[in-house]
Design a protein around this ligand. Structure first.
Ligand code: GLY
Length: 582
């Protein structure tokens, strides 16, 4: 594991490049989240199970499966397929993601990796321009950025292996099929984001056809979105299982559309796609077990490293949201995100020192380097190797059932509505997940995360992610199910929800609503949300932190399991989130 030594000059240059582009919709760029008074925010109670998701119809579909006796996995799979219809910005069958499951009966924790995979024709220089420099347009806006989708295989695997056995795939898909065929009213997130993203999508005829009115303007609030081709594709999956997607007519159409648009995916790539059952990463924080996603997501490892560092500080003695509390969180984030950049990638290709990063004594060394009075400049943490990358348009939902099973699922198309291409005749909106690779050693992605050798593209490789679906256990029972979209800010957001619930004993809904901060090592700046008091900001500046207002998109839809029942926390940052209980 040889670290690449970065000169201070290179380091500063990387930081500046990193400031460049946060892929938010214009609607998000205009809007800063303003948190409500936290003592007015309370979790939504339920007795017998709950789904908290970013879109209400899909959350209710999951809750209905619970009502019919399904387990948390049945409900999670139904919600996942439904969101492919009702939340096209990130819900998907043309993308990929990660699911963490706790099964009560066998006290078993499982991670399902259904991340998109680079086609066999991928090369390490596929996202370079003729001048040998990264060409962002290729990875973000062209069909070259499309990874082989994993969602259909991942959700079907979850249902077959960990579902209750009470529902067939066709039964689980039925509500999604009905919504695609009958149509949904455009509201909430689609209404907020489609007008901004439509121009990019309407480069392709089937995208324009799917998401426009007859006069060629994008669908607006109150219009009906009917997805006939998607209905046919979902019916093929219902009838044939994943083969209905990865082989035959649908696969042929997907490949034709990708290749006609300049991409490299083949029918063999689709046929070969396999989700991977992995052992979750596991850590502990003040007597709670943290169960989260292993590589190819960096989420679980970085989350546990941050929590391990924080465990040595008396967080509960520092006021929630105070400069003292935020300072140590920022410093812990900075160190763990630097390790992310140095070490992590697809485990099939990269041999990361996972056990070291998860060790308490390693965290103790990191903690010893934190000065309580001063910010450590990121340049003093020069470690760089390996590469991270992310996108902002992911979605997370949490599920708990009456039997004590829990599912934490985060999945994505990467950018809002992915690359924007609906494959002709399929209704499938495709991802641009391969932008999560590093185009060249030292290049930064849309989120300013700098990448190196370990995350260069390669055939059959999965790009590094930040998605952090997480389940917190006490005495082997779930007490918190959480996760969020938000690209690089996923891990820091999940950290803050956990610290607020465990250290500050906050109601889960208040923890989710509380304004958040973020530091990702590079660029060397703290992003913060509106609502952090001015005197706290002044104190942080005095410690040497560079502060930038605006954190962008996240939605940490969480569930707490309390002695008095379930408490749902739909994130107030995004319109349309819902806690559907029963
Ligand atoms: N595309 C977002 C992530 O995987 O982190």
């Amino acid at each position: 594991m040889t670290a690449i030594a970065l000169s201070r000059r290179t380091f500063v240059a990387l930081g500046l490049v990193a400031l460049a582009a946060w892929p938010a919709t214009a609607q998000e760029q205009r809007r800063f989240y303003a948190p409500p008074p936290l003592d007015t925010v309370h979790g939504i109670p339920a007795e017998n199970g709950m789904v908290v998701a970013q879109e209400k119809l899909a959350a209710r579909i999951g809750a209905d499966i619970l009502r019919q006796g399904g387990n948390a996995v049945d409900a999670a799979v139904a919600t996942g397929f439904a969101m492919a219809v009702t939340y096209p910005r990130a819900g998907n069958i043309g993308g990929g993601g990660f699911m963490v499951i706790h099964l009560a009966e066998h006290n078993e924790d499982i991670a399902i990796d259904y991340r998109e995979t680079a086609p066999q024709a991928a090369t390490r220089d596929m996202f370079l321009g003729a001048d040998g420099k990264p060409d962002n347009d290729k990875s973000r806006n062209s069909a070259l950025g499309i990874g082989v989708p994993g969602t259909v295989a991942g959700l079907a695997l979850a249902l077959a292996k960990y579902g209750s056995g009470q529902f067939t795939l066709a039964q689980i898909l039925k509500p999604a099929i009905d919504l695609a065929r009958d149509g949904i009213v455009v509201t909430d997130d689609i209404a907020d984001t489609l007008p901004d993203m439509y121009k990019r999508m309407s480069r392709w005829p089937d995208s324009a056809k799917t998401f426009s009115r007859t006069d060629g303007t994008p669908l607006h609030e109150g219009d009906r979105l009917v997805q006939g081709d998607l209905t046919t594709t979902l019916l093929a999956i219902a009838e044939q299982g994943p083969r209905g997607f990865y082989e035959g007519a649908v696969a042929d159409k997907l490949v034709k559309a990708v290749r006609d648009a300049g991409g490299i995916m083949t029918t063999d790539d689709l046929k070969a796609y396999q989700p991977v059952i992995r052992t979750p990463v596991r850590g502990s924080y003040r007597g709670y077990d943290i169960v989260s996603m292993p590589q190819p997501s960096s989420g679980g490892i970085v989350l546990i490293e941050i929590l391990n560092i924080l465990e040595g500080f008396a967080m509960a003695d520092m006021k929630q949201g105070s400069a003292a509390s935020l300072h140590v969180m920022i410093e812990a984030m900075k160190r763990a995100y630097a390790d992310r950049a140095r070490y992590l990638g697809d485990p099939a290709f990269v041999d990361a020192p996972t056990q070291l990063l998860l060790a308490k004594n390693y965290a103790a060394k990191q903690r010893a380097g934190i000065d309580l009075a001063r910010a450590t400049p990121s340049a003093d943490l020069l470690v760089a190797k390996a590469a991270p990358r992310e996108g902002s348009n992911t979605t997370h939902y949490s599920v708990v059932d009456s039997r004590g099973n829990a599912v934490s699922n985060t999945y994505t198309l990467n950018f809002p509505y992915g690359v924007g291409l609906v494959a002709e005749g399929t209704g499938v909106l495709l991802n641009n997940e391969l932008d999560d690779f590093t185009a060249a050693v030292g290049a930064s992605n849309a989120f300013g995360l700098v990448g190196f050798e370990a995350n260069l593209p390669g055939p059959g490789k999965r790009p590094l992610s930040s998605m952090s679906p997480t389940i917190v256990l006490k005495d082997n029972k779930p007490v918190l199910v959480t996760g969020t979209p938000g690209g690089s800010r996923i891990i820091s957001a999940v950290t803050q929800v956990i610290v607020d619930v465990i250290d500050y004993r906050m109601d889960v809904a208040a923890a989710v609503a509380a304004p958040r901060i973020h530091h990702q090592w590079l660029p060397d700046e703290v992003r913060y949300e509106t609502g952090i008091p001015g005197d706290v900001l002044t104190e942080l500046r005095a410690k040497g932190h560079k502060l930038v207002e605006g954190l962008g998109y996240s939605s940490a839809n969480s569930i707490a399991v309390t002695p008095h029942g379930l408490l749902g926390a739909p994130d107030p940052r995004t319109r349309g989130t819902e806690a559907a209980g029963q």
